[in-house]
Design a protein around this ligand. Structure first.
Ligand SMILES: *[C@@H]1O[C@H](CO)[C@@H](O)[C@H](O)[C@H]1NC(C)=O
Ligand SMILES: *[C@@H]1O[C@H](CO)[C@@H](O)[C@H](O)[C@H]1NC(C)=O
Ligand SMILES: *[C@@H]1O[C@H](CO)[C@@H](O)[C@H](O)[C@H]1NC(C)=O
Length: 186
């Protein structure tokens, strides 16, 4: 009987661990998908001594005007509070860390890149990630954002978030946004 060549051995040794990993991965993917609904309110607070959204930068010649407080190219960093109900003193259920940039030249539209981590309930410590356009001015009554992934219980999740502006202070920009999130996960 021919003994396996060194080359064949080398191939077997390198390929085997990879295929075992992908088998485990496939089993995870074959589990039926679960649907999870989350509802909360995001507090994006620009005013006061401890704002949760902070202006970072904007392009040259893009100064804010009364009718255009967040001009095209404005970049904000966020650590926004998520609460169960619309009031700020309502139970805190998580936080949304990331950024948003004013991406519309003609009317207010944002692109959000944010990681929503839950700090309460059965998904404490897990997070989903939104990376999406948020056409604030075009659809004040309801917008849909894409959920592109997640961590923990929401690993490999996908889905969408339906948003509605619950409150907007037109002077400070402080806003409370209602989120209904639908996640598909394994
Ligand atoms: C959420 O998880 C953290 C870290 O494990 C823990 O410290 C905290 O008490 C948990 N919160 C709730 C409300 O269960
Ligand atoms: C979120 O879901 C609740 C309960 O189903 C509903 O009353 C509310 O209108 C929804 N809000 C949005 C922004 O989709
Ligand atoms: C902000 O302006 C919008 C649109 O003009 C208006 O619907 C809303 O009531 C205003 N918000 C406050 C708190 O005045």
């Amino acid at each position: 009987m021919r003994t396996p060549s060194l080359l064949l051995l080398a191939i077997l040794l390198t390929v085997a661990p990879v295929s075992l990993q992908s088998a485990a991965h496939t089993t995870e993917l074959l589990r039926p998908e679960k649907t999870t609904h989350l509802r909360f309110f995001l507090h994006d607070t620009l005013s006061g001594k401890d704002p949760s959204a902070v202006f970072v930068a904007r392009g040259a010649n893009r100064e804010p005007k009364p009718d255009d407080p967040v001009p095209f190219s404005s970049l904000y960093a966020t650590d926004d509070v998520l609460t169960e109900g619309p009031e700020r003193h309502s139970k805190v259920v998580g936080n949304a860390q990331g950024l948003y940039i004013s991406s519309g030249r003609r009317q207010l539209s944002l692109v959000l890149g944010m990681d929503f981590e839950l700090t309460d309930g059965p998904f404490n410590g897990s997070a989903f990630v939104v990376y999406s356009r948020n056409p604030v001015a075009a659809h004040p009554g309801g917008r849909e954002l894409a959920v592109v992934g997640g961590r923990g219980e929401f690993r490999m999740a996908r889905g969408y978030a339906l948003l509605r502006t619950h409150y907007l202070d037109n002077n400070t920009g402080d806003a409370i946004i209602e989120y209904n999130v639908t996640l598909l996960r394994h």
